[in-house]
Ligand binder design. Structure first.
Ligand code: T5A
Length: 213
């Protein structure tokens, strides 16, 4: 695919700091004079934000099956890619997305056990060639990640569907991400996320600079 803008995604387990560090990167890129679109999954479009409530909080009033979950995430992605990501890349804007297709490979493919290769096929339809130039994988151990979420994770009632999953699920998520990083080392760059915010930001900036070099 040829496009002028760079496409950067953030991935990692719960509480690894994706939103914090993605936003800090956006501020730094904008400070350097670049046009940036910051978006997130699931969400980023009205359709995606509406489906987010179903995916995270069973807002439809019934449990979502694992297979339905896959297609709902893929539907959000298909909408976001065509409505926002591809047009932005085509006009030369840098796109920074908080979670993207790798989340489906890991959460649904590995952790729910639906199979990574099957998820790849579904993703291929959803992304329409929008493969990230760089994926920043923020790696953190499960306990530290959840400790960071603090009060949100403290009360069972305030957790979303994924945060309520057993620890073993989240261990599979972490291992799944590390396997993806081994499979696509040129695209996925792992950054240790258990360091202070400034140190993690600096490590991210170093890998981002390679993409613009
Ligand atoms: N999902 C998503 C799927 O199953 N399949 C899919 O295809 C997709 C797209 C989305 C859920 O959906 C699932 C995965 C997820 O479970 P979400 O609400 O978007 O849920 O939640 P997450 O993406 O997991 O994000 P979190 O809110 O859990 O955390 P973040 O964004 O990783 O972390 P952040 O930045 O909010 O930071 C958490 C706390 O840590 C502090 C922050 O200040 C904050 O308090 N912090 C740090 N503290 C110390 N040092 C650092 N370096 C820090 N960085 C952040």
């Amino acid at each position: 695919m040829t496009h002028r803008g760079k496409f950067i995604t953030f991935e990692g387990p719960e509480g690894s700091g994706k939103t914090t560090h993605a936003r800090n990167l956006v501020a730094r890129l904008e400070g350097a004079g670049r046009a940036v679109l910051y978006t997130r999954e699931p969400g980023g479009t009205r359709t995606g934000e509406a489906v987010r409530g179903i995916l995270q909080h069973d807002e439809a009033g019934e449990p979502v099956t694992p297979e339905a979950e896959v297609f709902l995430f893929a539907a959000c992605r298909a909408q976001l890619v065509r409505q926002a990501i591809l047009p932005a890349l085509e006009r030369g804007t840098t796109v920074v997305c908080d979670r993207f297709a790798d989340s489906t490979l890991v959460y649904q493919g590995y952790a729910r056990g639906l199979g990574v290769e099957r998820m790849l096929t579904i993703n291929e339809i959803a992304v329409d060639g929008a493969v990230p130039d760089l994926t920043v994988l923020l790696d953190i151990d499960v306990e530290t990640g959840f400790r960071r979420l603090g009060s949100r994770y403290g009360a069972e009632s305030s957790r979303d569907r994924f945060e309520r999953e057993a620890r073993a699920f989240h261990e599979r998520v972490r291992r799944g991400y590390l396997e993806l990083a081994e499979r696509w080392p040129a695209r996925i760059r792992t950054v240790q996320a258990d360091a202070p915010v400034e140190a993690v930001d600096a490590a991210i900036w170093r890998v981002v600079n390679h993409v613009f070099a």
